[in-house]
Ligand binder design. Structure first.
Ligand code: MV4
Length: 451
């Protein structure tokens, strides 16, 4: 059993982790930057240690400072949350070398899954479907050769990218080599590695991901899917579970594939296997995320399982011998950002002058904001996650509308709450037409331009 956990993160996820630790009787230490001195995690944790200046490289990415804080506090384990160091194999390795349990998979697993081309190979070896495509390549000429073999249109993806950043559609052979060269230069600049791989472009796919948790004894539990197709510039806007598009038959296949790859790599901890699903319900592995994700609460709402508690149990080396939970009802998460959706979703950090949070039956708010809190400009713009649960999708949407209507945030800031209200009234959304193109092409345009 852990006695003390250090939380190497900030914001709502730091609050989320502190809450579960308290319920488990585990003491918490949170690290923070000078910009987060007055933050809710600092207030709620048993101990807090300021480790550096506001910029992430000086604080939330500062490995020596974080390890020193863990040593000083006597923490048994570090929870990295999401983002920051959560998928950094070097950090997991340093934790291990210092005798501190990293709450997540091994650094070796993170290395493999951090290389998206290698992950495709592993998936194929595990016997699960992948998008027709290539290995990682270093020369544009080689990538073009693969593209011709696969057949246009193709998508060039950064091997060390992920989450869709640094992708480029190549429609045909004309000018392809130059375009691929540009994609490689962008990948080099963004991820410090210019390797790319080529995939057949799947038209209007859905992004459906499977949540798993594995212990150190080979038990793998599958906790349903999340529908994450509504994205804007590769940022998820809202997520749901179950997916309105996944039927019994597809769910069985997705579960089986997720279990196969998780077992194959002897994964430990919470993980997410991302799939693309086309209109004919063919599905393809694209990536595995080796962290807890922003959208994990929708899974918690339909399974009744505390994923942070399961992560801790796994890291402690306990057996997780439960069967796959049934999915009960329907959950939707609305990401509330401080952004002006009418001005191209420009971030609007500032002070929260007045705040009224929604509540009541089937409503959950994961947030770190409070009245009088100033949102620092140095980090992401997520200020709250509104998660609603209902007996079915229709009732969950109605509950979402009710909860959004009583969510008031005032100050010299704008939030995406009005955007979400309009989204829940959109015909495409209500019908569950959630393929990739829908948000960017149809819904966004109508909401932003008020058409
Ligand atoms: C794709 C794709 C089409 N074909 N791969 C990858 C990461 C994910 N966040 C988006 N990714 C995509 N990969 C192939 N071979 C289209 C997307 C994609 C997408 C997929 C589902 C739902 C929304 C999307 C938004 C942009 C891109």
């Amino acid at each position: 059993m852990f006695k003390k956990v250090l939380i190497a993160n900030r914001g709502e996820i730091a609050v989320r982790i502190i809450r579960t630790c308290k319920e488990l009787g585990i003491k918490t230490t949170v690290i923070y930057s000078t910009a987060d001195k007055n933050s809710l995690p600092v207030f709620l944790a048993d101990e807090s240690i300021c480790i550096g200046e506001a910029k992430p490289s000086a604080s939330y990415l500062n490995i020596p400072a974080i390890i020193s804080a863990a040593e000083i506090s006597g923490a048994d384990a570090i929870h990295p949350g999401y983002g920051f160091l959560s998928e950094n194999p070097g950090f997991a390795e340093v934790c291990r070398a210092c005798g501190i349990e990293f709450i997540g998979p091994s650094s070796e697993t993170m290395v493999v899954m951090g290389d998206k081309a290698q992950a495709r190979n592993i998936a194929q070896k595990a016997g699960i479907p992948i998008v027709p495509g290539s290995d990682a390549v270093k020369e544009p000429k080689k990538a073009l050769q693969f593209a011709k073999e696969i057949g246009f249109p193709v998508l060039v993806k950064a091997a060390h990218g992920g989450g869709g950043r640094g992708m480029r559609v190549i429609e045909n052979e004309k000018g392809a080599e130059e375009l691929i060269g540009m994609a490689m230069a962008e990948a080099e600049a963004a991820f410090g590695n210019g390797e790319v791989y080529v995939e057949k472009l799947i038209l209007n796919p859905r992004h459906i991901e499977i949540q798993v948790i594995a212990d150190k004894h080979g038990n793998v539990i599958v906790l349903g899917e999340r529908e994450c197709s509504l994205q804007r510039r590769h940022q998820k806007v809202l997520e749901e579970s179950p997916s309105p598009f996944v039927d019994k038959n597809l769910r069985i296949k997705l579960y089986e594939s997720a279990r196969k790859i998780t077992s194959f790599i002897k994964y430990e901890g919470a993980g997410t296997i991302e799939f693309l699903v086309d209109k004919d319900k063919n599905y393809y592995f694209i990536e595995m995320n080796t962290r807890i994700q922003v959208e994990h609460p929708v899974t918690e709402m339909v399974t009744g399982k505390d994923l942070i508690a399961l992560q801790i149990k796994s890291a402690e080396g306990e057996q997780i011998n439960i069967s796959d939970p049934d999915l009960n009802g329907h959950a939707i998460e609305f990401r509330i950002n401080v952004e002006d959706y009418k001005k191209n979703f420009r971030p609007t950090p500032g002070k929260i002058e007045k705040l009224l949070l929604p509540g009541g039956f089937g409503v959950r708010v994961d947030t770190h904001i409070y009245e009088g809190y100033s949102i620092p400009p140095y980090y992401d713009s997520l200020i709250a996650k509104l998660i609603v649960h209902g007996e079915n999708r229709e009732k969950a949407i109605k509950r979402g509308q009710r909860a959004l209507s009583e969510f008031f945030v005032e100050g010299n800031i704008k939030t995406t709450i009005p955007f979400h209200i309009k989204l829940t009234e959109d015909d495409n959304f209500i019908k569950g037409n959630l393929d990739t193109k829908v948000l960017e092409d149809k819904i966004l345009d109508r909401i932003v331009k008020n058409k």
